[in-house]
Design a protein around this ligand. Structure first.
Ligand code: THG
Length: 262
């Protein structure tokens, strides 16, 4: 599974402050620590309070790349902030994200074509996040079709069914898990799938437990990537164990260490 580290996000108080005050070392440590813990890609989000998302994105991308050679997942609702980052990335990037709205897809898929990136497609549109798995699948198919119209490769799209907090949307966990299964039937080879894992536990009491339980279930349903906190060691141990049981790594008594040493 592809692990995308979620921690460079201005939503976190300390990170928001580090962005405002241009504290390079805070961001660079977060980048290095997440990579050391197993992240292949780093999510980069200037956060909801950024006064100048374009400048903040530029600074974040430069700061991270000075300390790490991980790939970046540029996470913003603002296409101009995403493009500012795309101008600077040294490795192939992921755009996070487009919705299933035609106007948004046109803008984001044009950027993806121009800068040769992968794209996360959220199965939501102007009427919001659907309640049902069926509507999620319908929007997922629309995203894949539109990406192909733009000349993109279907396997460069990551479909995101959008995880909601279990404490306020309890019916949605199962709908998301079933959607992950059903997205795989849209094309052959099956499209990639992704979730923002920590959404599921927002506002709950046992966050880490809820996160790792949900992740293991999603992995069993064929999830290809997740945005998560790789510094949560129990979460990573659960993920490695789930992949072992699904026969994705060779068993040995020290399989956790063996996985980490790869
Ligand atoms: N899909 C896609 N991208 C995403 C998400 C998604 N990007 C953002 C988000 N969801 C995934 N990243 C996070 C990062 C942090 C948290 C949740 C998801 C989080 N933050 C603490 C909170 O809100 O309680 C911050 C608290 C603090 O200040 O420390 O939980 O779904 N494609």
């Amino acid at each position: 599974m592809i692990i995308i580290g979620e921690l460079i996000n201005g939503m976190y108080k300390d990170v928001g402050k580090a962005i405002t005050k241009r504290e390079k070392d805070v961001i660079q440590h977060l980048a290095q620590d997440q990579v050391k813990a197993g992240a292949k890609i780093l999510d980069v989000n200037t956060g909801p309070y950024s006064k100048n998302p374009k400048d903040d994105m530029k600074w974040l991308v430069e700061t991270i790349q000075d300390a790490s050679d991980a790939s970046l997942c540029l996470d913003s609702t603002k296409p101009d902030a995403i493009e500012e980052g795309l101008k600077l990335v040294k490795k192939r990037a992921v755009i996070n994200s487009t919705s299933a709205d035609d106007d948004r897809m046109d803008v984001i898929f044009n950027l993806a074509k121009k800068y040769n990136t992968q794209v996360i497609g959220l199965t939501m549109d102007k009427s919001g996040v659907p309640n049902s798995r069926d509507k999620r699948v319908e929007l997922a198919a629309k995203i894949i079709a539109k990406a192909m119209d733009h000349g993109l490769n279907a396997n460069d799209i990551f479909l995101d069914p959008i995880v909601l907090p279990v404490n306020v949307a309890q019916t949605q966990g199962l709908e998301v898990l079933e959607a992950i299964r059903e997205f795989r039937l849209i094309s052959d080879p099956p499209p990639n799938t992704i979730i923002g894992l920590s959404n599921v536990s927002q506002g709950t009491k046992f966050r880490s437990l809820v996160n790792r339980t949900f992740l293991v279930m999603a992995v069993a349903d064929g999830l290809s990537a997740a945005i998560l906190d790789p510094l949560d060691k129990e979460l990573m141990d659960a993920l490695i164990s789930a992949e072992l049981i699904l026969n994705r790594h060779i068993y040995c008594d020290s399989f956790l260490d063996a996985y980490r040493k790869r």
